[in-house]
Design a protein around this ligand. Structure first.
Ligand SMILES: CC(C)(COP(=O)(O)OP(=O)(O)OC[C@H]1O[C@@H](n2cnc3c(N)ncnc32)[C@H](O)[C@@H]1OP(=O)(O)O)[C@@H](O)C(=O)NCCC(=O)NCCS
Length: 321
């Protein structure tokens, strides 16, 4: 491993930022690299020229947070920056990272993951991620405001009523939130924990008390059949920096009861929610879906979302090769 000077970090970081802006206007402006667990990993290109950097962060996700339901308890996150589209440089950096983690004892534990968040349109480097044993687990998808909404509101489904949820709906919001956690567990998107249900309920209770509401229910004959939960702009700050500046919200939960799917309820609910978000001046809506969830990727695409980032993971972290 080589030690690098701040000017070099800025230089590579800035050129990467400019390239990404050309690839995808929804990506954020170049930002400083995070403070890692050690000096950045450095890979060189032709004539020994510095060609790429990697910064490793060790994250311990507390058991009493929902974040631990949406991933491993200990995450080793690599921020990877390549000066030019060069898969060999990505390969070298991932090999340095693997060697670094091999010397970290806790990276051998079961409930761990090695994580790389990679711009979805940055196809350079994907072959290297695969070669090192990383799998595309989740996608962050984005919908800019005003994107055409497919036809079919509540009127498209006879008897469907869509309404803002309130404090009395805590049981059904918890139940449907837990159903999404269970469904996503099939794809590695979630890891149900002993505390998950308690935390989902507590979060629902707090969110349902807020006005204006950011939670909507779809009902047939007063029976709740679908749910959409959005985090307000203030509660979405943790992810807003993954996209260009603007008023950003995070769509946290989308669910339709299994026996009611395929009839347009999901589309009607999302159409209604988009109308509300557009009216509230939201610039961008972000959400996660599991890469191999067979229902969500095509659904979100039809609803105007497209991939922005892919989260690549090796679980446990020692599976990185
Ligand atoms: C994703 C999800 C919310 C979609 O809800 P839905 O009510 O089934 O959505 P829609 O009915 O609007 O659309 C689904 C399908 O029904 C079709 N459809 C829509 N309106 C229809 C109608 N009137 N008649 C028949 N089919 C219809 C759509 O074209 C779509 O078809 P396809 O995906 O097979 O091509 C639902 O599948 C779900 O809850 N999945 C489990 C949880 C989940 O994955 N949540 C998302 C996590 S990110």
């Amino acid at each position: 491993m080589l030690w690098v000077v701040p000017d070099l970090v800025n230089d590579i970081n800035m050129s990467v930022g400019r390239r990404w802006q050309g690839l995808d206007p929804l990506l954020p402006e170049p930002t400083d690299l995070p403070e890692g667990c050690m000096a950045p990993l450095l890979a060189t290109g032709e004539h020994g020229r510095p060609a790429g950097l990697g910064v490793c962060l060790h994250q311990h996700v507390p058991a009493d947070t929902l974040a631990q339901t949406w991933g491993a308890a200990v995450r080793f996150v690599l921020t990877l920056r390549l000066r030019d589209p060069d898969t060999r440089v990505a390969d070298d950096l991932l090999a340095l990272w693997r060697d670094h983690l091999a010397g970290v004892p806790e990276a051998g534990a079961e409930d761990t993951a090695a994580v790389v968040n990679w711009p979805a349109r940055e196809v350079t480097g994907v072959a290297a991620l695969l070669r090192h044993g990383l799998q595309p687990i989740a996608v962050i998808a984005a919908r800019p405001a005003g994107r055409p909404v497919p036809a079919g509101g509540a009127d498209a489904v006879p008897g469907l009523v869509i309404r803002a949820a309130g404090p009395d709906d805590v049981d059904v919001v918890t139940e449907m939130g837990m159903a999404v956690v269970s469904y996503d567990a099939h794809f590695g998107g979630s890891i149900p924990r002993p505390a998950t249900e308690r935390l989902v309920r507590a979060e629902a209770q707090a969110a349902l008390a807020r006005r204006p509401a950011w939670i909507w229910l779809a009902e047939l004959d007063r029976r709740p059949v679908g749910l959409t939960v959005v985090d307000s702009p203030g509660d979405s700050a943790w992810i807003a920096g993954m996209a260009r500046p603007g008023v950003t919200v995070y769509l946290q939960i989308m669910f339709v009861r299994p026996d009611e799917r395929g009839g347009g309820i999901g589309a009607a609910l999302v159409r209604h929610v988009h109308g509300e978000l557009d009216a509230r001046g939201i610039d961008l809506t972000l959400l996660h879906y599991s890469q191999v969830n067979p229902l969500s990727a095509p659904f979100w695409n039809r609803m105007g979302y497209r991939p922005l980032w892919t989260s690549w993971e090796a679980r446990p972290a020692a599976a990185l090769r």
